[in-house]
Design a binder for this molecule. Sequence first.
Ligand code: SF4
Ligand code: SF4
Length: 99
Amino acid sequence: MKYWRKPLDMEQNRDSLGRVVIIEDRCKGCQFCITFCPRGVLRLSEKFNKKGYHYPEVIDASKCVNCTFCQVICPDFAIYVVDDNEDQQPPMTASEKEI
Ligand code: SF4
Ligand code: SF4
């Protein structure tokens, strides 16, 4: 998308990033997380877990925007997302620290 102007604080704000963690042996292969991920981060692995189901795998980790939808929709708590931004935030300014 092309914006008509560049936001003045664009350098201070970064895209939200998430790191997906899949607990393979909890998965029952329903594919909800794959179907409803808005960024197409996941696909079904060709491998089987201990229960005999195919489980999701990450195709492109850099696309994850940490929306946590895969985590919320999983009926078996087999997938969750860790905020990967914490060490990437710019240092707080003096005025922010005072608040
Ligand atoms: S957190 Fe959102 S973008 Fe990332 S894998 Fe889950 S559903 Fe997709
Ligand atoms: S939503 Fe959960 S149980 Fe279903 S495929 Fe994804 S990780 Fe597996």
